[in-house]
Design a binder for this molecule. Structure first.
Ligand SMILES: Nc1ncnc2c1ncn2[C@@H]1O[C@H](COP(=O)(O)OP(=O)(O)O)[C@@H](O)[C@H]1O
Ligand SMILES: [Mg+2]
Length: 299
């Protein structure tokens, strides 16, 4: 369990994290989502006791990070994948982590296996690693002490789609074992894939939070049909709100079952029917990105 309560960080007159309150619970992957500069890394650094809050408090497993008896054994962190010693090999880094955590050396190969780094790759120096490989190594390092709590800052950065899928499986498995997993991302799609619960932050403030299901609920469905105009008409006749027709896709404010029944009654073929995922969240996120985007400000 990680609990942030009215957590605030000011740098001079600038408020990087503004009265942030949320929980990351055991058994759940919590995604901390926000555009660049939103305050994610600052908040996560406060979780791990690296940056002192201006006000508010944060506890991990019921205590302040630095009051945990052996923090490194309880909390696995990946705060900056680029911070690893570039001159060491992946294997050396993990071996040092095993020694520091009092874990057997066999744990190194287990972790390499778990994150999909080959024996050959593990013997290369980290300076020759791709960003994706560094992320995998960072995750291995975070997991090596077998911690109950994981704090990962932008762990999917630099991973290819296959890598993101792998990460989803890995993190879901860790959560299923009752661990607390908190990760940040500046990409909605990424966090949508990986997390169960979402906390959306913009300009230091939480703007939405809840389960992914709840945040995505009520966003309707998208039906693909060879006769989009007729389906839109049938849906409207059934009293549903059609949001739009884009090519052969009809976007409607109703769940899939309702849409399927209307199509069936009207004897219309539907070739694809799916929830209009992320519509609302995406809108919210786009607004945030628009208002917080540095390039937009600069331009
Ligand atoms: N040590 C610092 N001094 C001054 N400003 C900082 C410092 N660290 C972060 N900031 C500012 O706080 C804001 C949030 O940064 P950060 O937490 O890194 O955002 P994110 O991780 O969401 O991209 C940014 O505007 C950043 O420039
Ligand atoms: Mg960051």
């Amino acid at each position: 369990m990680i609990r942030l309560e009215n957590l605030t960080k000011r740098y001079g007159g600038f408020t990087a994290v503004d009265d942030v309150t949320f929980e990351a619970r055991p058994g759940v992957v919590t995604g901390f989502l926000g555009p660049n500069g939103a305050g994610k890394s600052t908040a996560l650094r406060m979780v791990c006791g690296l940056t002192p809050p201006t006000s508010g408090r944060v506890t991990v497993l019921g205590r302040a990070y630095r009051d945990l008896p052996t923090p490194a054994a309880h909390v696995g962190t990946l705060l900056d994948a680029a911070a690893q010693h570039a001159g060491r090999t992946g294997r050396e880094i993990l071996t040092l982590a095993a020694i520091a955590a009092g874990r057997p050396r066999t744990r190194v190969d287990e972790m390499l296996d778990l994150v999909g780094l080959t024996a050959d790759e593990s013997r290369r120096r980290v300076r020759h690693y791709s960003l994706g490989m560094r992320q995998r190594l960072g995750i291995a390092q975070a997991l090596l002490p077998d911690p109950q709590v994981l704090v990962l800052d932008e762990p999917a950065n630099g991973l290819d789609p296959q890598g993101i899928h792998w990460m989803r499986t890995l993190l879901a498995g860790l959560a299923a074992q009752g661990r607390t997993v908190l990760l940040s991302s500046h990409l909605l799609h990424e966090v949508e894939l990986v997390a169960d619960e979402l906390v959306l932050i913009g300009r230091g403030r939480i703007v939405a939070q809840g389960t992914k299901t709840a945040l995505l609920a009520g966003t309707g469905s998208v039906a693909t049909t060879p006769e989009p105009a007729r389906l839109a008409e049938a849906l409207t006749r059934a009293g549903l709100v059609v949001r739009g027709v884009d090519g052969d896709a009809v976007s409607v404010d109703a769940d899939g079952e309702r849409v399927a029944r209307v199509a069936l009654d009207a004897a219309l073929l539907v070739t694809d029917l799916r929830p209009a995922q992320g519509a609302r969240l995406e809108q919210l996120f786009l607004e945030l990105t628009g208002s917080a985007d540095r390039s937009a400000v600069a331009a």
